[in-house]
Write a protein that binds this ligand. Sequence first.
Ligand code: HBI
Length: 361
Amino acid sequence: MAAEALRLLVVSTPVGTLGSGKGGGVELTLASLVAGLLERGHGLTVLAASGSRLPAGCERARLWTCPGVDQPSWQHQRRDAPVQIPVNALLPRLWQRAVAEQAGFDALINLAYDWLPFWLTPQLATPLLHLVSMGSVAEATDAVIAEVARWDQRRLAFHTLTQAKDFQLPEPPVVVGNGFDLRAYAFCAAPEPLLGWVGRIAPEKGLEDAARAAALLGRRLAVWGLVEDPAYAAAVEASVSAGTIDWRGFLPTAQLQAELGRCAALLNTPKWNEAYGNVVVEAMACGVPVVAYRRGGPGELVQPGVNGQLVPPDDVPALAAAVAGAEALDRRGCRTWVERSCSRAAFAERLERWLLAALGR
Ligand code: HBI
C-alpha cells in the first residue's frame, strides 16, 4: 500500500475513445496504470474522449470526457510534418479541462503522444508527468520531449530502454515496462502445430516477413489484428501460397488469448522501433514462446532460451530457422517470466516509484 494516497489525473490519447481499440497499446497501458495505482490506494481520475468507457478493473476511477475531433495519428504522418490542430479538436479541449482542474490533483499523467501536453509541462503549477507511448516518429515531438528532458527529466518515463534511446536525454531514462491483468490470460500447455502473429495489419508491423517464414517452413500462420491497410493485407496474402495465412480478425482480449494460446510459437517482426510490444507479452502469458527481431521493445522483452529466440532484424530465413528452438522451450517458463516482470502490481510499483521521485517525495 502506498505511503500516502496521491490524487492523480490521467489524460488519455486523443486518438479514439477508450474501448474502441483505436488507441492501440495506450488503451492497455492506461487500464493497467489506472487499475494498478487504484490497487495501491491512490485516487484516479481519467480524462478521455466522449464515448469512452473505463476499462475492466478501473471501475473505482472517476471518468471525465470531452467531445472533439481526433488528432491525426503521428504514425501516419511524415517525420517532418507540422503539428496539426483540427477544427473542433479534442486535444486542446482535453488540456483546457486538465489545466482548469489541476489544483485538485497531486500530479497529472499524460499518455498522449502529442506536442501540446509536453509543451505545457513547465507552465503548470501541478506537476505534469508523461509516459511516452512510442519511439521517435516525428521531429516535432522529438524536439519537445528533448526540451522537457532538459527542463526536468524526472517528468518522463518510457516503456523500454530501446525506446528511450530514440530521444535526447541528459540522464539515464526512467523505464517502467508495462503491466497486464494476467487473470485475463490462460496458460495453454498443449499447442497446435500453428504459428501466430498479432498486430495492426500495417506496413510498420512487417507481417510479410512472418508470412514468408511460415511459407518457408510449410506451416500455417494465424493472424489476429485490425486490418488498418487493406491493400497491404492483400499484398501479403498474395505473396505466399493460398492457405498459408489464416486471417482471424481483431478480437477482444478474452477471445484473442484463448486462440493465441494454442499457437506453438508467435512471430514478431516489427519494422519500426516498437516502444514495447504488448502482443509479445500477451503470447508469453499464454505460454507461447516468441521468435522476434532484435529490434525495439520486443528485442528487450524476449530473453533467448527462456521465453523465446531473437534473430537479426529483417532476416526471414533466420526467423524461420529459430522457430524449432523456440517451440522446444518450456512453455510454463514463458508464463512465469511474465508473472515476475509484467504483472499490473509490478508495473504499478514502478510507476509509483517514478511518481514519488518526480514529486520529490
Ligand atoms: N498519434 N497524435 C497521436 N497521439 C497519440 O497519442 C497517438 C498517436 N498514434 C498512435 C498512438 N497514440 C497509440 O496507438 C500508441 O499506443 C502507439
